[in-house]
Design a protein around this ligand. Structure first.
Ligand SMILES: [Zn+2]
Length: 269
């Protein structure tokens, strides 16, 4: 089922410095035991003291954990109760038991070399493979017709319908929108469009793995920041969501993978 990306990436079309996500829903989460154990939050001096105490206690690993940002924690771990969607689709198994993707570089913007984008496709596929569904990435050969089961990653204004990206599960195309990236460069020239492209590829690829609903957890690559009614996504620390241009991860997070595993009948981790 095709789906639109406009609401996914609207915020990065705006200039930096503006408040892209004005109010984020708060959601109760379990205490961060690792941080609480070793490191008082906020004050650098107290953090240093905490690190010294931690070293004395022999819990060096916890020091590393304490230096991790909330966003990084959210990317790495999916806590109980954090899997939540907007209810805009029903997750299902991947479109086939083995997925194949191939990047067709024709019509790509000059800034995105064939090697760069093919690498992004491979990186996204490698991360999604943690779901447990077999996936490979094939080299595109001009003039050769790909096998019918191969998902073609392509630059297509028609296929993307003006969006950054669009997944068509029936046609097995993952279309990228050149005009959307050109608009992004115009509106926000300091933004690294490579990050956006990696995110779009990862997001759209997730639909082929069976994730049809969009996540309410801001950091998930399958997230939508808000819905049509103005409801906002959630984070463990909403202030950090508001502090950055793009909070969503560029690759699938732990919750994306966990939801993918559930959709595909994989055993819990
Ligand atoms: Zn989507």
């Amino acid at each position: 089922m095709p789906e639109r990306m406009n609401t996914v990436l609207n915020c990065i079309l705006r200039s930096k410095g503006k408040d892209q996500q004005s109010s984020i829903h708060r959601k109760p989460v379990a205490a961060d035991l690792l941080t609480v154990c070793c490191l008082p939050r906020r004050k650098a001096l107290r953090r240093l003291v905490g690190a010294v105490v931690a070293a004395v206690l022999g819990c060096d690993v916890l020091i590393v954990s304490g230096a991790e940002s909330v966003r990084e924690q959210e990317i790495r771990e999916c806590r109980t109760g954090e899997i939540a969607t907007w209810g805009d689709g029903l997750d299902r198994p991947a479109i086939s038991s083995k997925l194949s993707f191939s990047y067709k570089p024709a019509n790509a913007p000059a800034e995105f070399s064939p090697t760069l984008v093919a690498g992004m496709v491979a990186k996204a596929a490698a991360e999604w493979s943690k779901c447990g569904v077999s996936v490979d990435v094939l080299v595109w050969v001009d003039g050769a017709r790909p096998a019918p089961d191969v998902v073609v990653v392509q630059w297509s204004g028609k296929g993307s319908a003006g969006n950054f990206g669009l997944a068509d599960l029936g046609k097995r195309t993952l279309s990228l929108g050149r005009s959307a990236f050109e608009l992004l460069r115009t509106r926000n020239p300091t933004h690294d469009t490579r990050e956006t492209l990696q995110m779009v590829i990862s997001h759209e690829m997730g639909h082929f793995f069976g994730l049809m609903a969009h996540s309410r957890r801001c950091v998930d690559v399958l997230s939508y920041y808000h819905d049509a009614k103005g409801e906002k996504c959630f984070s463990r620390d909403p202030s950090q969501v508001r502090a950055v241009t793009e909070y969503r991860h560029v690759l699938p997070t732990a919750c994306d993978i966990e939801r993918c595993r559930a959709a595909n009948g994989m055993l819990p981790r």
